[in-house]
Design a protein around this ligand. Sequence first.
Ligand SMILES: C[S@@+](CC[C@H](N)C(=O)[O-])C[C@H]1O[C@@H](n2cnc3c(N)ncnc32)[C@H](O)[C@@H]1O
Length: 195
Amino acid sequence: MAHYFENDETLKHDIQKSVAIIHNKQFIFYTDRGVFSKKGLDFGTRTLLETIDCNQIHGKVLDFGCGYGPIGIYIAHESDAEVHMIDINRRSLELARKNVNTNHVNVQIYESNLYENVDDVFDYIISNPPIRVGKTILYQILEEAKKHLKPHGQLWIVIHKDQGAKTTMEFLSQFYSVELKNKNKGFYIICGTNN
Ligand SMILES: C[S@@+](CC[C@H](N)C(=O)[O-])C[C@H]1O[C@@H](n2cnc3c(N)ncnc32)[C@H](O)[C@@H]1O
């Protein structure tokens, strides 16, 4: 079976409409077979979005591994930030574009394997990062985020304790000042500040 991060053009579509209420605001997210969390907003992503105070978010934000778009769309809706959304998976990007239009937000969306098409530096990089790609690539994503963060910029991620949240915090502390911002049902919301 293909992974959600692979581009499998032969996979049949099964587009579903889901509705998510986040902090009393309603969002519509179309999902499809072959993308992460096809059944609608992932609980880890929800916990991440409910932890971030959008009143504090300004400047430029990168949603790394946007999938069908919930993080970037929510941030663009709730803050005045300029939001960029990237993913390696073209089906996810197509859906993210559809969801951006459906939720009437203004963002930049582009394909990128890791940071290869990312030229900017950001105030925030926010991600529910891919775990199934393996630890080497996951750690590469987290370490290389530093090159795309401004001084004092922040990397926010969600990761479950069973997926190595504690060792990931230790890894991050080599490059960032790390804070555990929230914990819910095993999901850790971790913030690394680029000092
Ligand atoms: C756990 S999913 C999160 C999706 C979405 N942000 C959400 O919260 O529902 C991780 C995403 O990272 C993407 N991804 C995996 N490897 C990648 C890579 N090398 N470069 C960019 N994106 C990647 C996957 O395609 C997937 O959409």
